[in-house]
Design a protein around this ligand. Structure first.
Ligand code: SF4
Length: 73
């Protein structure tokens, strides 16, 4: 678990590798880089203040929603 709803996600808020995953009681950021690189946790502890993988989204784009945790492989 990375935190209750309302925890600021830090860099994951503006990263192209992030996906928002919501459950009834929590909100997560799934890091897609975790699929290929063990340095990155699947669900990083928020807020992420420093990250070597951060890649900023273009202006006007937002982090999309991802699949619920049970559908992750
Ligand atoms: S690469 Fe870093 S900043 Fe981007 S989603 Fe993953 S943990 Fe968050």
């Amino acid at each position: 678990m990375t935190g209750p709803p309302g925890v600021p996600p830090g860099l994951c808020e503006r990263c192209r590798w992030a996906r928002v995953v919501r459950t009834p009681r929590s909100e997560f950021r799934l890091c897609l880089r975790s699929r290929d690189d063990a340095r990155f946790p699947r669900y990083p502890r928020l807020p992420v203040l420093e990250c070597a993988g951060f890649t900023e989204l273009p202006p006007g784009e937002a982090v999309p929603e991802g699949p619920p945790p049970r559908e992750q492989g």
